[in-house]
Design a protein around this ligand. Structure first.
Ligand SMILES: [Zn+2]
Length: 178
């Protein structure tokens, strides 16, 4: 069943699916998954709504006084700003525009929410992997534990305890009978 995607795969591809950037075949697989998976479908709706809001705002910009040259610069540098690729001077410029221009502020908030959503689904996938990974390590350690312990300390304790008892009993018997 190679055309059935897992929830992790769908999560990873969802933003591309929402933006219609996937091949027809892949989009179709995702559509099939979404029809049968409520949790992925909910994520899909969230992303779709966010994208629609983003589009609405962009459409409103056409006759908005804030849609000026400064705002164009802001939009141009926005993804570099989010990815921490700007120098200090450019960073401050972006922040100043975001404070003074409501359009820019909205964009920044939207992109952060979007990033957070992507990040949380990514983190979830990563954590699942991490859990599996640590589980494996623990299993391996336990396995090695058993292998390495040629002499169990409890066994040593029991043997010495009985040896001691035997000595004491032997001592008492020898005192009583000889
Ligand atoms: Zn799913």
């Amino acid at each position: 069943m190679q055309n059935q995607l897992t929830c992790e795969q769908v999560s990873a591809l969802l933003s591309f699916y929402v933006e219609d950037k996937l091949s027809k075949k892949l989009s179709e697989y995702i559509r099939i998954h979404l029809e049968s998976c409520p949790s992925c479908f909910e994520k899909y709706l969230k992303m779709k709504n966010m994208l629609n809001r983003f589009m609405d705002i962009q459409n409103q910009e056409i006759d908005n006084p804030y849609a000026n040259k400064q705002y164009e610069d802001f939009k141009h540098n926005l993804s570099a700003y989010i990815d921490n690729e700007l120098n200090d001077f450019e960073n401050i410029k972006i922040k100043k525009i975001a404070i003074s221009n409501p359009l820019a502020r909205q964009d920044l908030e939207n992109i952060y929410t979007f990033k957070k959503l992507l990040h949380s689904s990514f983190e979830k996938t990563k954590n699942d992997f991490k859990n599996d990974y640590s589980k494996n390590i623990i299993c391996q350690l336990r396995h090695e534990d058993i292998k390495d312990k040629t002499v169990d300390p409890f066994f040593v304790l029991v043997v010495s305890f009985f040896a001691m008892i035997t000595c004491i009993v032997a001592g008492i018997i020898s005192i009583l009978y000889f």
